[in-house]
Design a protein around this ligand. Structure first.
Ligand code: GDP
Ligand code: MG
Length: 723
């Protein structure tokens, strides 16, 4: 068919994210923009008019034409005319960031193979020049076979030349070229054309589907052409992948090989003296030294928190003790002194909520450190470093920020996973994020450490409690790695996405940014204590108080009467308080909570726990802090004396009088809390973000199973080691 100049109507703008695409689009179209949506997907469609009258479409930014997200699939479909009412574009403007030419050319080599006339807009030439790049524009144009126009989109430099180059493009499509990487293409093209003829599918799409096994293109074509299509692809793949390597791997090798060959001569960089930042980064992101620095920084942070939070905690603890003393006194003179209301306030609310609020200083301190590390630019380096580590388990640096956020709380962590483009990466990140130690675990760790871990110092500065505290945090990370690895090979297959990130310059942390972060963390902790922990405390108090066995109370009354008749003076006092203690213990054992505790005792005994710890752990399923609240409430109901939780835990004995708990039980409780899925809100958010309740159920089952096994193994090993 003969086409005329008038047929030249539609131009598509494509490029990697952050290459200045939107800036260029705005500069080219001015006020003529229209924003809408592509049919069926929530991907924005932006179009406008060039001065020549042609329509230009700003496609979503993408790193390659191997679609991993709906955005990227839209780009591919738009380029191939596979979207209803969107004809194939007549011309492409490929925009690249000249200061990152090699990385940007990957998409260019793929897009040129579609065979639409194209212009390369070499953007950010100002930045490239500043960092010492010299680019041979004519040579680049020769190698790529398209016009190359250097521009600075943000200043409008070179735009007239660019428009001229677009207008001068030929109307007729050149033959699709696969010439850049012929060694890769020869066999692949034959296979793709066989499949595409048989099913009437676009050959380029078939080629992508062959390469990107399990990707969006394959899924999209399979939903149209059915099972037979998948079988045909699989059949072709078997012969193509003889010799082992996946097609995706070979494609990347071939393209990067070609890019490297041409860019090593066409884009050269003057040796620039290494800046201080470069030298620091070389150490901090080093695969061995960097990791050691990361572990050292984190350990130091946890040790500092553990040490300096103590005085503040004592202060809060003291105020709550004073408060309960005051409440008890207020009731002492009143006729309401029947005890129930006093007990509800002192043993229920103050013990439950106060017992958790004590840990506010530790949470605030942790966030001061995290916010400072983030603000000064260190966390970006850590993400870069973690990319390598995460890659070994099939994830990438994209997962680092969600995981890091999960140290505050898994909910923002799971939400942050939205930024991950690959669906399988995202799912795995959501499933392992709750393994990171959130601030709700701090109260449990702190109590167990204070009660059972001796405060010794090693090598003069490593405090044992601080080390144990830090190791609970590392435990979550260390367990997440094999879990992710297994998930990646079973229920969430697919290749890890590439992670590209600019390292921001180092700078002084700003007071405002840091304090904001700390304020948010502190506020949400206090709000939780005032709402969910408050409500749970009342429930647990009620379950530990009712039903009030009248048998026990009658017996107690009888014992008192008898004691008063037979004894007097100091021995009477002693006997009476012994009766009170016995009665309280028996009432507790016969309450709803006591019965539940005894029922689950067989399940927790292998972990070295008694029924009270078991009950507290079960009560903590809606929210972890409740473990501490429950213990406070249980011990408070049982004992009127003002003994702190730490002393009470240490004072628990077996029937023969020997100590009930030691380091093995403390470690087993901490490991359980570290690994268990004890948070109703997180599970609800996981279900929503992963798109199905079955993922929340899955996470609950695997984490709870891991927690029990982990606690069991810890208890046995620690007991064997004689700790
Ligand atoms: P997009 O993600 O590709 O749409 O990129 P944007 O158009 O949003 O641009 C990203 C950033 O780069 C913005 O801050 C722009 O102001 C800036 N930018 C765009 N083009 C240039 C350029 O040629 N030189 C410089 N120095 N900055 C640019
Ligand atoms: Mg943009």
């Amino acid at each position: 068919m003969h086409t005329t100049r008038d047929a030249f109507r539609r131009v598509a703008l494509i490029g990697n994210p952050n290459t200045g695409k939107t800036t260029l689009f705005n500069a080219l179209t001015g006020l003529s923009q229209r924003v809408g949506n592509y049919p069926g997907v929530t991907v924005e469609r932006k179009s406008g008019r060039l001065s020549s009258g042609a329509e230009i479409i700003d496609l979503p930014g993408t790193y390659s034409l191997a679609p991993k997200s709906p955005d990227e699939l839209v780009v591919l479909k738009a380029l191939l005319g596979e979207i209803p009412d969107e004809p194939v574009p007549d011309a492409l403007v490929l925009i690249v960031d000249a200061s990152h030419l090699s990385r940007n050319l990957y998409l260019v080599t793929q897009a040129l193979e579609i065979g639409i006339p194209a212009v390369l807009a070499l953007n950010m030439t100002d930045v490239a020049e500043k960092s010492g790049w010299k680019i041979d524009v004519a040579g680049l144009s020769r190698e790529l076979g398209v016009p190359v126009v250097p521009i600075v989109a943000s200043r409008g430099d070179g735009l007239d030349t660019l428009i001229g180059a677009i207008d001068a493009l030929p109307i007729e499509n050149p033959t699709p070229s696969s010439t850049m990487v012929p060694e890769f293409h020869a066999a692949l093209d034959a296979a793709a054309s066989r499949v595409s003829e048989r099913f009437g599918a676009h050959e380029f799409l078939v080629r992508r589907a062959l390469i990107d096994q399990g990707g969006s293109t394959e899924a999209s074509l399979a939903s149209r052409h059915g099972r037979a299509f998948i079988d045909a692809l699989a059949h072709e793949r078997t012969s193509l992948t003889q010799g082992g390597r996946s097609l995706a791997w070979r494609e990347a090798q071939a393209r990067y090989g070609w890019i490297h060959r041409i860019s090593s001569t066409l884009a050269t960089r003057e040796a620039r003296p290494k800046s201080a930042t470069d030298r620091i980064d070389a150490v901090i992101t080093h695969r061995v030294a960097g990791l050691a620095i990361f572990v050292a920084i984190m350990t130091l942070v946890f040790m500092t928190i553990f040490r300096y939070a103590a005085p503040l905690m004592d202060l809060i603890d003291g105020s709550f003790a004073a408060l309960s003393g005051w409440v008890s006194n207020a009731f002492a003179g009143s006729t309401l002194g029947g005890g129930l209301i006093e007990s509800l306030l002192v043993d229920g609310v103050i013990a439950g909520v106060g017992g958790v609020l004590i840990f506010l200083p530790q949470i605030l301190l942790l966030f001061v450190f995290i916010a400072i590390l983030e603000d000064c630019g260190y966390m970006a380096r850590a993400a870069f470093l973690m990319d390598r580590l995460l890659r070994t388990c099939g994830l990438s640096g994209h997962s680092f920020i969600p995981m890091l956020s999960s140290f505050a709380c898994a909910i923002p962590g799971v939400l942050a996973a939205r930024s991950i483009r690959s669906t399988s990466d995202r799912l795995v990140t959501i499933l392992v994020a709750p393994l990171m130690s959130c601030s709700a675990r701090i109260p449990v760790y702190a109590i167990m450490i204070a009660a059972f871990i001796p405060a010794t110092t090693m090598l003069g500065f490593l405090s044992l409690p601080g080390l144990v505290f830090a190791s609970m945090y590392f435990l979550g990370i260390v367990v997440a790695i094999p879990v992710a690895w297994i998930l990646r090979r079973t229920i969430a297959r697919g290749e890890a996405s590439t992670f590209v990130m600019e390292l921001p310059p180092y700078r002084m942390p700003r007071v405002r940014g840091v304090s904001l972060r700390v304020w948010h963390a502190g506020r949400s902790f206090v709000v939780r204590a005032g709402t969910i922990i408050f409500a749970m405390s009342i429930l647990i108090w009620a379950a530990g108080t009712f039903p009030r066995s009248s048998d026990v109370r009658e017996q107690a009354e009888a014992a008192r009467v008898q004691a008063e008749q037979t004894l007097e003076g100091e021995s009477l006092e002693e006997e009476l308080s012994a009766i009170d203690r016995r009665t309280a213990t028996e009432l507790l054992e016969r309450s709803a909570l006591g019965r539940l505790g005894h029922a689950i005792e067989p399940a927790v005994e292998p972990l070295g726990w008694d029924w009270k710890i078991g009950t507290a752990a079960v009560a903590a399923f809606p929210a972890r802090e409740v473990l501490v609240s429950t213990l406070n409430i249980l011990y408070g109901l049982e004992d009127d004396e003002e003994t702190g939780l730490v002393e009470r835990l240490r004072g628990e004995t077996f029937d023969d009088g020997s100590r009930r708990f030691g380091i093995p039980a403390a470690l087993s409780i901490m490991v359980f809390i570290a690994l268990c899925a004890q948070c109703a809100s997180t599970l609800a958010v996981m279900a929503r973000e992963a798109g199905s309740w079955k993922w929340a159920v899955f996470a609950f089952v695997y984490m709870t199973g891991l927690a029990w096994i982990g606690a069991f193994v810890t208890y046995r090993l620690a007991s064997l080691a004689g700790l």
